[in-house]
Design a protein around this ligand. Sequence first.
Ligand SMILES: [Zn+2]
Ligand SMILES: [Zn+2]
Length: 181
Amino acid sequence: MISYVNSRDSDMKIRVPDIPEEGLLQEADLPVVINDHTGPGIAHVLIKIFRFGKRLLVEGAVRTSVTVKCSRCLKDSLLPLDLTFREEYLPAEEPGGGKEQELTNKDLDLGFYTDDELDVTELVKEQVLLAVPMKPLCRDDCPGLCPFCGKDLNEGPCGCRKEEIDPRLAPLEKFKELLKD
Ligand SMILES: [Zn+2]
Ligand SMILES: [Zn+2]
């Protein structure tokens, strides 16, 4: 039998000794703070924790949306995320933890817990952060800002001359000049 707990607590921490050997299933809506300029997003989390002595195997699914700054137009946009993860956790303070690491499955990511407590909120935050791209886009074909006047080209074309030379093509323009002589 898998224990089942439904929680709406904002901060979910699980006492490791309380995790039954046969596993623990948790479902929760956790507020996850990803960055400073937006409030917490609610992450719907389904998590299964199995315990083998002090070693934990955590399988989870997270559905949430995070506010990110588009790397081209710099506007806030909502990025939906639907992710699953499988991670192993060991006590951070355990002596000889390094030896145990060698025996762990290389396909699993390894995390650590302290004081006999698994901080699920923190764990979910880590997984969400890992899933956010380094250079997020509001949409795949975001035209970004005009390099000359800074206008957001999502709002329409700017008044800048179209024949401005693309800096990447500048060497080619020089070459053309040489051919003219
Ligand atoms: Zn954009
Ligand atoms: Zn412009």
